[in-house]
Design a protein. Structure first.
Length: 294
């Protein structure tokens, strides 16, 4: 029983790491430009499809293909910001036009990749060929360990970038007060594009990491993004720490619930948790009350 519990915990942390990465993308854009990008999950799909082309078609080494796929997903995010977000960001009652624009952009992206790659699902091979490895007496799927390890690396790099680089500090300053940042000589327009590029690159990484566990389709990002959005709300929308803990928590709850309660309700457990938080603690674990949000 203990070995099974440890296996489930590792699996839950791996799936939760994917939710945490995409939730980080939601939070990064929200805290930077005060909007929610409802196309966020599609960039996980984009990263996975780029990985299909680079690894399966061009036969590039996995690490090279991964880096290129993440960069390309980030560039697609910057282009999305320029073509979808930028034209509507200054409209009156700007939240509704931006929300509709990102939803429309999501549908457009899915249809474009459906036309390019077709409806037949792709299967990315795992990084390691072994079906399982023995770790401290427990058999573990290697892909889970890769997902957890790369999530730790990505989160560490993001924190280092925001806290210890000039560009990261400029990004945070712009998020706090864009008018003052502009007066200080910061290029606010660039600072609006940067979080889109970073967050979509992170989502691209999440997509290519989870792809070997599932199949790559044009709609693969939708369900993942809904659960990641739930994780961001549970953690406290606007809190990076909350996004990480919320994502890991949702992944563990989903995995434990599917095993110990019912696998038929696997996709329902994250939203049950979300509803409970919306009723009893709507600001999430680490979030601020909406009335305090500027």
């Amino acid at each position: 029983m203990l070995a099974e519990f440890i296996q489930l915990t590792i699996a839950g942390l791996a799936v939760g790491s994917i939710y945490a990465l995409i939730a980080l993308g939601f939070v990064l854009i929200y805290t930077s430009v005060n909007v929610v990008n409802f196309a966020q999950g599609d960039f996980a799909m984009i990263g996975a499809y780029f990985m299909v082309t680079l690894e399966l078609d061009l036969h590039l080494p996995w690490i090279v293909a991964m880096l290129i796929a993440v960069v390309l997903a980030g560039l697609c995010g910057a282009l999305f910001q320029l073509l979808i977000f930028q034209p509507v960001r200054h409209r009156p009652r700007n939240f509704l036009p931006v929300m509709i624009a990102t939803v429309g952009g999501s549908v457009f992206i899915e249809q474009v990749f459906l036309l390019i790659y077709g409806p037949i699902p792709y299967q990315l091979p795992p990084i390691f060929k072994a079906e399982s490895i023995r770790l401290a007496g427990v058999h573990v799927y290697p892909q889970y360990l890769v997902i957890i390890a790369l999530t730790v690396v990505m989160v560490s790099l993001l924190n280092w970038f925001l806290d210890h680089t000039k560009l990261g500090k400029q990004l945070q300053a712009t998020a706090q007060d864009p008018d003052t940042a502009r007066l200080m000589g910061i290029r606010v327009a660039w600072m609006a594009a940067l979080p889109f590029a970073i967050s979509t690159g992170i989502c691209g990484l999440a997509g290519l990491l989870i792809a070997p566990l599932y199949t790559v389709t044009s709609t693969m990002g939708s369900t993942i993004a809904l659960k990641a959005f739930a994780a961001a709300i549970v953690g406290g929308f606007g809190s990076m720490k909350g996004a990480i803990i919320g994502g890991l928590g949702i992944g563990l709850i989903e995995t434990y619930g599917a095993t110990y309660i019912s696998g038929s309700y696997r996709d329902a457990f994250p939203f049950i948790v979300l509803i409970l938080f919306l009723v009893f603690r709507p600001q999430g674990l680490f979030g601020e009350k909406v009335a305090q949000k500027v």
